[in-house]
Design a protein around this ligand. Structure first.
Ligand SMILES: Cc1cc2nc3c(=O)[nH]c(=O)nc-3n(C[C@H](O)[C@H](O)[C@H](O)COP(=O)(O)OP(=O)(O)OC[C@H]3O[C@@H](n4cnc5c(N)ncnc54)[C@H](O)[C@@H]3O)c2cc1C
Length: 447
């Protein structure tokens, strides 16, 4: 089997060194030791964000990706940087609300009946987290990392080096039903406590702002804290920028197993050979628990499948990203295209495209928009979100192996939280105190 090393390791292993050179190495021992070689498993948005900050800190970085960069959930998502999304999915009333919608066949949620013990345990734990106290605790943790990621995205994208149709226009939540429109006041009051509240927009003003909407809408709330971009462009452009900074990318390179040495990892074995590293970051999205099986690390992350349809812009295209409240789906317009996205399906690891779920996206958009579809359709897509039952990401050192970092479980917000996650991972690897409280994202909470 091939043994691949980073350039520094190759120098030490493959060359016979002159004595003077050895002295020189001896003198620079500390400098050599402080240079970190890091392997990141997973080339999604979380993997790229980790690579970005690590390269900036002077580390050598190699990404191991089983398919191609940005081919997972980071490809066809809705592209929202939803910094106002402070309220966790598991909140009081979520379970009863979804059960009622399931009975009426209007729920965007589908749970495939299964005796899978992991799925049953996850669902039970999710239901138990739907309490007021968890909502308040999780909101505090989410707010910190959302706000942190917002500042980091602002610096990253203001340079205009990464081309991704990025816009800071806010997001409009649109309501069909008057009662739901009024009830949103309470949700907004909660967001206001975090200075993440939206502006209420009455029907007439909303129709003037967004003439693409149908006339029978009740009203909307515009949240200026939310931005949007085109995810596939972000991934392609960021990859290019990081490659120029020295990122090494191994595509079609599945992880086979870890090279375990006591309580640390010496490297990884992959289908392309062995790679050594000082640190390993697991950023394999929904597949992370599968990849960690060898280490007997039980990570409660389930794949939560979502769908999207990408098209050319319709003639009457909305100018803001829209969240269609009663349909639980998103409409994202970009300069270069248009996407409908949503649904949450717990049906294991598969990429089957359900015609029913795709047609639900179309009928959802048809209920709100005069011209819901663009022509031609460019892509029907599904992707797996890495879902934790408490709706908080996992960003921590592995309890079993000191040089293994875990960065996953970002659920519906992986794009939004990418910069904050990448910076935290980088600080931890460089033995620096992260700039925000990372306790809510620790592995300890699952014990
Ligand atoms: C329909 C939909 C809409 C969404 N909308 C939004 C949104 O608007 N805003 C937002 O913030 N989030 C959104 N999300 C969520 C977001 O897409 C995810 O949270 C995010 O992409 C997760 O990124 P990741 O890097 O962890 O995972 P991924 O992008 O899935 O990347 C993981 C990578 O790891 C690779 N991998 C897995 N196993 C191995 C292995 N053994 N060896 C090597 N490589 C491996 C995979 O091939 C994959 O490329 C949406 C998701 C969906 C499905």
């Amino acid at each position: 089997m091939l043994v691949n090393h980073f350039p520094l390791n190759s120098l030490k292993n493959n060359f016979t060194l002159a004595p003077g050179f050895l002295n020189c190495i001896g003198e620079r021992k500390n400098a050599v030791r402080s240079h970190k070689e890091v392997i990141i498993i997973g080339g999604g948005v979380i993997g790229l964000a980790c690579a970005h900050y690590l390269l900036d800190s002077g580390a050598g970085v190699r990404i191991i990706e089983k398919s191609t960069i940005g081919s997972g959930a980071s490809h066809g998502n809705c592209g929202l940087l939803c910094f106002s999304d402070v309220i966790p999915l598991c909140s009081p009333g979520t379970v009863s609300h979804e059960m009622a919608r399931t009975l009426k066949r209007t729920s965007p949620l589908y749970i495939k009946p299964s005796l899978d013990i992991n799925q049953l345990a996850w669902l039970l734990k999710f239901a138990l987290k739907c309490t007021e106290s968890h909502k308040l605790k999780a909101a505090r943790g989410k707010y910190e990392i959302l706000n942190y990621s917002m500042g980091l995205f602002d610096s990253l994208l203001s340079l205009d080096e990464i081309k991704c149709d990025f816009e800071k226009k806010g997001m409009l939540t649109v309501f069909k039903n008057k009662k739901n429109f009024e009830h949103y006041k309470a949700t907004n009051a909660f967001l206001d406590t975090y200075h993440m509240g939206a502006k209420r927009i009455e029907k007439e003003e909303l129709l003037a702002l967004e003439p693409a909407l149908c006339d029978d809408i009740a009203g909307g709330w515009l949240n200026p804290a939310d931005w949007h971009l085109r995810p596939d462009m972000l991934m392609a452009s960021w990859r290019k920028q990081l490659s120029q900074k020295g990122l090494i990318i191994e595509e079609y390179c599945s992880l086979i197993d870890f090279d375990i040495q006591g309580n640390s990892l010496a490297g990884v074995n992959t289908v392309k050979g062995r790679f050594k590293a000082d640190y390993i970051v697991m950023a394999a999205g929904a597949w992370t628990p599968v990849a960690l099986r060898q280490l007997k690390l039980d990570l409660p992350v389930l794949p939560g499948k979502g769908y999207s349809i990408t098209m050319q812009r319709p003639g009457a295209c909305p100018s803001h990203p829209l969240s269609l409240y009663e349909k639980n789906m998103v409409v994202t317009p970009w300069k270069s295209g248009y996407r409908l996205g949503g649904t949450m399906e717990f049906s294991g690891y598969n990429d089957v495209l359900s015609p029913k779920r795709l047609s639900n996206l179309v009928s959802g958009a048809t209920a709100f928009l005069k011209e819901p579809l663009g022509n031609p359709v460019i892509e029907h897509w599904s992707g797996l979100r890495p879902m934790t039952y408490d709706d908080l990401p996992v960003i921590d050192r592995s309890p079993s192996h000191e040089n293994l970092m875990i960065a996953t479980g970002h659920g519906m917000l992986g794009l939004t939280l990418a910069t904050g996650t990448g910076k935290i991972v980088c600080d931890m690897i460089n033995d620096r105190e992260p700039e925000i409280n990372i306790k809510p994202f620790g592995m300890n909470r699952f014990r």
